[in-house]
Every structure is written in structure tokens, then in C-alpha cells.
Write a protein that binds this ligand. Structure first.
Ligand SMILES: *Cc1c(COP(=O)(O)O)cnc(C)c1O
Length: 484
């Protein structure tokens, strides 16, 4: 094994184009002028911009090198917990790029886009099958928007029963977007604690659930990577008081083909196609967060909906109880094509993808046991959570360790999340990494743990091999400089 086994794309150096430019150099050849110079008023020309003179190859290399500083899943393993940064097969890109899909205008009349409508109709059916829910809307553009659509559906349900409810129960292991979505919808999130095993107990829900409470938002598997094993019992308690169960299904990568969410008592659920169903994500690219519901909530789904009418697919707004539109047109169509392509190319292997995702996370958990403190020592789902508890004696923090991991060429895992674990290090390997890649990651993590004892200063000053060292992350977030 080489000393720094991961990717090396982050450590290249590259001057500014202005530093590379040489007067007279040009990126194109124009035939010599064969007519007289024509006088042109100077004042109309103004001052020419101060662009550097560069050849084509200078420019191509410059931007290609810069593009390699941007770590991506095509560059190396990306163990970012709660993000499912799996490899996105290129066949998805190819199909999404077919002109019939990529060039279709959203206002095409339905008889000219039967293929696109059929794809959406069938994808809804496939997602219903994977989740065990009855009906699906592909409109929400991201997970958090799927949550908001789900909350609006829950609100519409209570309203249809002349019931006004003001609160939603949200566990401390829910994704951070959950309380925000509930609040945007006008509900007051009521926090409930997970137990020492990291899951919810029916008793704690029974103590909070009342007829003022619209329901519960459960992330399952939760952000500790643990399956909420009492979900059915919790659902019974919530339903008994007239509430609904919302499941944040962004972590479906652990459960495809294994858990029927409908049967666990879930009423509304969202998926993240850009995670589980292999849409490229990160950097604010388009997402897709379909919202899935049980049968009697279908009437509230966003419109328009794709329906079959006399052998044709059409977009229908004829759903009087709908919550309305949540997205211009019908959602992030390109992401839908990728998800459809992924599901069809995987077929029954989707189940195996989930099994491998869970196996990989448990393998990492077992092999790093001892090197790092395990926050909850029990079998995990698709991600495992450690902390910096063992390293604190050497005054080394989670941040120091993951910065050092970058020197080894790996993208850091998710850190300081979930909030219930102090100094959390949350690792999600996904199913697409081979054992060899995962072993390299484990060796790098172990080397960092060793360095924390032998040379803590090295970690505190890491990264040492990257283009930039420790960034002021607060300033970067609060006053970003977006123009370079
Ligand atoms: C990623 C994630 C979300 C938010 O999804 P976005 O598409 O980023 O809005 C919500 N819940 C969980 C559990 C997630 O992992």
C-alpha cells in the first residue's frame, strides 16, 4: 500500500490564467487580413478587457485541472453519512441525454410526449412497489420539499376532517430538515428523545401523543443508522389519537426490497431519488423527492398527475382536494429518467444493493471498533456512527481527524451530525464500493487514529497536502466569495 492510498486530484497546483498568459498567444487561427484596415472611432471601441493571451491547450488543461480539485464520486470513495453518495452508473446519464427526453419542452401537448409521460407513470408505480405505498407524486424537487409536500398532505387530511391540529412529534434522531418542514407548514415540532439504544420507544410517544398532535415524523432508518424497530407499535399509538405517521425515507438505500413501509403503518413517505436511486448530487444540483402516500391520502397529492385515459397518458388537474402545485411543471424530469433507468437496470438486484450497503457499513463498524468509540454498539443499517471520545485525551477532535483523512486522499465522512452524538463521525460507504476500496479507507482511518496518539500536532495542522489548508468555515458560509 502506498502511503496515501486515496485520490490525489485535490493536491495539484495550478497558476491563474493571468499568470499563464503570454502576449501574442492565441487560441485560434484566423487567415491574415487581405483588405485595408477600416477606420473605426476609438471611443466606440472603449478599452479592451484585460484578458490574458492563451493557447487552446493552456485553457483546456487549466480548466481540466481545476475540475479535478472538485472531489466527486467519480474520483474516489465518498463516505458522507446520510447522503448515500453511491456511484451513479453512466448508462443513466446516457438515457437521460436521449434527445426525446432531454429536448422535450415541458409545454408539449400530451400526444407528442407519450414516452415521457409513460416513464413518469411507470416510475410512480415502481416507487410504490419499492416502498409498499399506494400512490406517488414525482413533483417535489428535493427531499426537504418532499417533506413539505407530505406535511401539507397531512394538514389537508386533518382539515378534511374538520380537525385543527398544531403539533408534530419529531425525534432527536430525525434529519434536520424534518422540524424545519413541519414548522414551514405551521406545525410546532415537539422533540422526543431516543433511548439508550438510539431508537424510539412506544412509551415516549404515548406520553406525548394527543388530539392536538397532527402526527409524527420518523426518519427510518434514523440518523444514527438504526432501524426504528418499534415503528408499527408507534404507528398504532399515533393512529389511535387520530394522527398520521410521516416517514422520512431518504435512507431507503438500507431497505429496498426488504421492508414494506406501508405495512409498518406509514401514511406518508418521501424518497430521495438523487440518493437511493442514483441521481448525481451534491453542489446544489437538481434533486427529486417524490412523496408517496397510502390509498386514502391519494386525493391530496400535488397536481398535475399523470393518468391513463383512453389508452393515452395525460396530465390531469382534476383532483379537487389536491394540495396544489409544489414545483413548476412536473418535477426534475432528468433525475426521474436516471432513477427509472437505474431501477430497470437493477431489477430484483435492488434488494441486493441494500443488503450490500448494510453489510459494508457493518464491516466498517466492526473493523474500526476499538480505534474509534462506537456511539451505539449494535448492528447498524447503511451507516455507522463513531465519535472522537477516545481521541479527546490527546486533544484531537473529530474535525482534526477528518482533515487528516483528506491527506490520505479520502473525502471526509459527515461530522458533528447527528447532534445526539458528541463529536460524531458518520460513515456511509454505500454498496458501490468494493472490499478493496473499503479496506483502504479503513487503513487510512486506523492510521489517523494512530497518529492521534503519536503525533497529535500533525492532525491539528492537517490537511497538509491539499491545495488549501484549514478554511475559516464560518466565514465561508456567512460571507461566501462566489466570484473567485
Ligand atoms: C438528505 C436527507 C434529507 C434532505 O434531502 P434534500 O434532498 O437534501 O432536501 C432529508 N432526510 C434525510 C434522512 C436525508 O438523508
Amino acid at each position: 500500500m502506498t502511503r496515501f492510498p486515496g485520490a490525489t486530484g485535490l493536491v495539484l497546483n495550478e497558476p491563474l490564467l493571468w499568470e499563464k498568459g503570454k502576449q501574442g498567444r492565441s487560441g485560434m487561427s484566423i487567415p491574415p487580413r487581405d483588405v485595408d484596415r477600416s477606420p473605426f472611432p476609438e471611443e466606440l471601441l472603449g478599452t479592451p478587457p484585460e484578458f490574458p493571451d492563451l493557447s487552446e491547450v493552456d485553457v483546456v488543461r487549466h480548466y481540466t485541472r481545476l475540475s479535478q480539485w472538485n472531489f466527486g464520486v467519480d474520483t474516489g470513495m465518498y463516505p458522507l453519512g446520510s447522503c448515500t453518495m453511491k456511484y451513479n452508473p453512466k448508462i443513466n446519464e446516457k438515457l437521460a441525454g436521449l434527445p426525446g427526453f432531454s429536448k422535450a419542452h415541458p409545454l408539449l401537448p400530451h400526444h407528442l410526449c407519450q414516452g415521457a409521460l409513460a416513464l413518469m407513470f411507470e416510475l410512480e408505480r415502481l416507487l410504490a412497489e419499492v416502498t409498499g405505498m399506494h400512490a406517488v407524486s414525482l413533483q417535489p424537487a428535493a427531499g426537504a420539499q418532499g417533506e413539505l409536500a407530505g406535511m401539507l398532505i397531512i394538514h389537508a387530511y386533518h382539515k378534511s376532517r374538520n380537525s385543527q391540529r398544531s403539533k408534530i412529534i419529531v425525534p432527536d434522531t430525525a434529519h434536520g430538515t424534518n422540524p424545519a418542514s413541519a414548522a414551514i407548514c405551521g406545525y410546532r415540532p415537539v422533540k422526543v428523545k431516543s433511548n439508550e439504544q438510539g431508537v424510539l420507544t412506544p412509551e415516549s410517544i404515548a406520553a406525548l401523543m394527543d388530539e392536538e398532535t397532527a402526527g409524527i415524523m420518523v426518519t427510518n432508518p434514523n440518523t444514527l443508522g438504526l432501524f426504528e424497530e418499534h415503528i408499527s407499535e408507534i404507528g398504532r399509538i399515533v393512529h389511535e389519537k387520530g394522527g398520521l405517521v410521516y416517514c422520512d425515507g431518504a435512507n431507503m438505500n438500507a431497505l429496498m426490497g426488504i421492508v414494506d413501509m406501508g405495512k409498518t403503518g406509514v401514511d406518508v413517505l418521501h424518497l430521495n431519488l438523487h440518493k437511493t436511486f442514483s441521481g448525481p448530487h451534491g453542489g446544489g444540483g437538481p434533486g427529486s423527492g417524490p412523496v408517496c402516500v397510502r390509498k386514502d391520502l391519494e386525493r391530496f397529492l400535488p397536481v398535475p398527475r399523470v393518468v391513463e385515459q383512453e389508452g393515452q397518458y395525460v396530465l390531469s388537474e382534476q383532483f379537487p382536494e389536491t394540495i396544489g402545485k409544489v414545483h413548476a411543471f412536473y418535477g426534475s424530469f432528468g433525475v426521474l429518467v436516471r432513477a427509472y433507468s437505474y431501477i430497470l437496470s437493477m431489477g430484483p438486484e435492488l434488494k441486493r444493493a441494500s443488503q450490500l450497503a448494510v453489510l459494508n457499513a457493518n464491516y466498517i463498524k466492526e473493523r474500526l471498533r476499538g480505534a474509534f468509540h462506537l456511539a451505539y454498539d449494535r448492528p447498524c443499517m447503511h451507516e455507522c456512527v463513531f465519535s472522537d471520545k477516545l481521541q479527546r485525551a490527546h486533544k484531537v477532535t473529530t474535525l482534526d481527524m477528518v482533515k487528516r483523512l483528506m491527506d490520505y486522499g479520502f473525502h471526509p465522512p459527515t461530522i458533528y451530525f447527528p447532534l445526539v452524538v458528541e463529536g460524531a463521525i458518520m460513515i456511509e460507504p454505500t454498496e458501490t464500493e468494493s472490499k478493496e476500496n473499503i479496506d483502504l479507507f479503513i487503513e487510512a482511518m486506523k492510521a489517523v487514529a494512530e497518529e492521534a496518539v503519536q503525533n497529535p500536532e500533525l492532525l491539528r495542522s492537517a490537511p497538509t497536502r491539499c491545495k488549501v489548508r484549514r478554511l475559516d468555515e464560518t466565514s465561508a458560509a456567512r460571507s461566501p466569495c462566489l466570484t473567485g
